[in-house]
Ligand binder design. Structure first.
Ligand SMILES: *[C@@H]1O[C@H](CO)[C@@H](O)[C@H](O)[C@H]1NC(C)=O
Length: 114
């Protein structure tokens, strides 16, 4: 799953680089890191991670990068988030799932840079 997402990200990056387009093919789209809706998703990922892991106290720093994958009415936000863990700032990769029926959930949250 992780390897597949990496391949997907690389394919998306390569495709947008090769064609010099902001919009990747298929149903994938690069995020705008200033989009308040996407920042809200990143904030949700941090809060949800802190709720799920006992003692976790990450603090959102900023949205670094990411892409949005839409399938019908459902959306996966694949986000690279910079967050503070105590005095250390790390990058995390989060996948937030949004559906009008199921609302928001955190599909995955992993440390990508220590
Ligand atoms: C945060 O830091 C603590 C203490 O160093 C560590 O045990 C924990 O795994 C870190 N959590 C994340 C999500 O980086």
């Amino acid at each position: 799953m992780r390897f597949q997402s990496l391949v997907l990200i690389l394919a998306v990056l390569f495709a947008s680089f090769a064609t010099n387009q902001a919009i990747p093919p298929n149903n994938l789209r690069r995020i705008n890191i200033n989009d308040p809706r996407v920042i809200e998703m990143a904030g949700f990922a941090i809060i949800e991670h802190n709720n799920q892991i006992t003692g976790a106290k990450l603090r959102f720093e900023k949205l670094v990068d990411g892409y949005i994958q839409k399938v019908g009415l459902e959306t996966d936000y694949h986000l690279t988030i910079s967050a503070k863990n105590g005095s250390t700032i790390n990058n995390y990769e989060a996948v937030v799932f949004y559906s009008p029926i199921f609302e928001l959930s955190l599909k995955s949250f992993v440390l990508i840079h220590a």
